[in-house]
Design a protein around this ligand. Structure first.
Ligand code: GLC
Length: 554
């Protein structure tokens, strides 16, 4: 361990690293193009779906980096990113290590916030599944996979618990939102309590936890090359149980997943009920990750088939109906209503008058994004950062859509990034709408917390999306903003205000995922080959959707 808290990892570069990152091809290209042409992630979905059963690593992932770092220094990256650690990096590592939570002397996670000054601890002294993801990625990138493995196994055990809210039993596959380790110093025993939504404010089950768990299992496998964990019958069963929850048939007419408000990072009423983009993007990504890891045995095979079908339907639905750009907006603006039958253009009977004024101003001529929600007569036009970044990383967004999302971030920088990356949602809901939508939530007043607050943790997702789309300069700009404040302000959970200039009204300090998110962003920018553990390449078999405007008028 050196002074930075970084473990010294070898600059080992295996043959398999090269598959992922074709150096010779890159070097032929003019330098300017290099950034756009890079592809750091993996093979197509159809190739991945061959799965583990047919022969391990070769089929699963073409690249892994023993020790967590590929050590591949392309001239392009070393010239631009000569890595002189920012003084904040060492501080961040120290803070991240302070947040470690141990169970029987083994590290199993990181505490949500280490804020002694805060009068109310609430549940910030727990290990949250979603909050642990950036911590896990930081440890994987630093060549410390053990804690990630411990976490995956511990949460898998918790999944096996019987979960009840009052007299109602939750689905078997549900993963906890968070857990807490209780140390008994006299008896010298450790016990765990977990929260599956039965203690959470609002009593909502975290739909995102299971998806993050699958995504993390793949990141671990990809980063370590250790297939044995994902191959265990326990992990295979854990995945199947999660999938059984979201692939079951019911009354749904859409391939998207119907959710209650508060079921994800935005874990209280914010009008995201229905088909929130955050969950749909994570759902898509988890399905693709599971497809790569599920064995094609008697039990796994059926799931593989269901996943393949769902992915096709889901990508079609999302790319057609959630996508909004200037052209789409203009089409919706001119929609006819009350259409019946298969020939309907306005399938969900969206009334053009329900389009909010702000979106006409906000929409640039070049650029686009996946809107927040689509259901009968309701389009939530708000921008949500997490869903859009995950859409890029999972290749739910086509390459053109991914570029358009980055174009939008660039041209609406002040609105979406301002002085602190990154707004969780845009715009904020105010006055009457705020009353109706949030139920008068004083924590979610305009431009605060989930209602248009700025969350430093999102920096890692933005950075990953920037690298994937070949636009690291955007990430660099955002990281610079974070570096000007985060440490000085003691790593707040979120910032308030239209520009994100003020430390959030009720924000915790020393929030672990703000710390880990910064580290992950820095490490990815320094060694972009890390991106592979959290990114999936486009599946060439999933045909891009023909634009609604052209297909529907013919
Ligand atoms: C808040 C956030 C949630 C996070 C938790 C722990 O409840 O809304 O997303 O997981 O704090 O940090």
């Amino acid at each position: 361990m050196d002074g930075l808290g970084l473990r010294n990892v070898s600059s080992h570069c295996s043959i398999s690293d090269m598959d992922d990152y074709d150096l010779s091809r890159l070097l032929d290209k003019p330098k300017l193009n290099i950034e756009r042409q890079r592809s750091f992630d993996e093979r197509s979905l159809s190739e991945l779906s061959i799965g583990l059963s047919r022969g391990g690593l070769d089929n699963f992932e073409s690249s892994y980096s023993p020790g967590g770092r590929s050590g591949l220094d392309t001239p392009a990256s070393s010239a631009r990113n000569s890595f002189e650690p920012h003084p904040m990096v060492a501080e961040a590592w120290e803070a991240l290590r302070r947040s470690l939570v141990y169970f029987r002397r083994q590290p199993v996670g990181t505490i949500a916030a280490y804020d002694h000054a805060s009068e109310e601890v609430l549940n910030y002294d727990q290990v949250f599944v979603r909050d642990f993801v950036p911590s896990a990625l930081a440890f994987l990138m630093n060549g410390e996979p053990e804690i990630v493995k411990n976490f995956l196994l511990k949460t898998l055990q918790l999944q096996g618990w019987e979960k009840r809210i009052d007299r109602f039993k939750l689905g078997e596959g549900a993963m906890p939102a968070s857990f807490k380790v209780l140390h008994d110093p006299t008896r010298k025993t450790d016990t765990i309590v977990a929260d599956f939504g039965e203690s959470a404010i609002g009593r909502v089950a975290p739909v995102d936890s299971g998806f993050w768990w699958i995504i993390l299992l793949r990141a671990y496998t990809k980063s370590t090359g250790d297939l044995s964990l994902a191959e265990t019958s326990e992990c295979q069963k854990g995945m199947r149980l999660i999938l059984a929850l979201c692939l079951s048939e019911g009354f749904d007419t859409f391939p998207t997943l119907l959710c209650a408000d508060g079921c994800s990072m935005i874990d209280r009423r914010m009008g995201i009920y229905g088909y929130p983009i955050e969950i749909q993007a994570l759902f898509f990504m988890a399905l693709r990750c599971a497809l790569a890891m599920l064995k094609h045995d008697a039990e796994g095979k059926e799931f593989v088939e269901r996943i393949v079908k769902r992915l096709h339907a889901l990508s079609y639905h999302m790319r057609s109906y959630f996508w909004l750009d200037f052209q789409q907006l203009n089409d919706i603006y001119r929609y006819k209503t009350e259409e019946y039958s298969h020939t309907a253009v306005n399938k969900f009977n969206v009334i053009p008058d329900s389009i909010p004024d702000w979106v006409f101003e906000f929409m640039p001529t070049r650029g686009g994004y996946f809107i927040g929600n689509v259901s009968p007569a309701r389009m939530d036009f708000r921008w949500f950062a997490l869903g859009n970044c995950v859409a890029i990383l999972s290749s739910l967004a086509t390459p053109e859509q991914s570029m358009a999302i980055m174009d939008l971030i660039e041209s609406r920088w002040e609105e979406l990034v301002g002085e602190m990356p990154l707004k969780i949602a845009y715009p904020a809901i105010e006055s009457h709408d705020w009353r109706i939508v949030t139920g008068c939530d004083p924590k979610n007043t305009r431009w605060s917390y989930h209602n248009g607050g700025s969350w430093p943790v999102l920096l890692w997702l933005l950075t990953a999306a920037c690298i994937k789309t070949g636009r690291p300069q955007i990430a660099r700009r955002a990281i610079e903003l974070a570096e000007s404040r985060l440490l000085k302000d003691s790593w707040p959970e979120y910032y308030d205000g239209k520009l994100g200039r003020y430390i959030g009204k009720q924000a915790r300090k020393h929030q672990t995922w703000s710390i880990a998110g910064y580290l992950v962003a820095k490490m990815m920018l320094e060694d972009p080959s890390h991106l592979g553990m959290i990114s999936l390449e486009e599946d060439k078999q999933m045909k891009p959707v023909i634009r609604r405007s052209s297909s529907w008028t013919c």
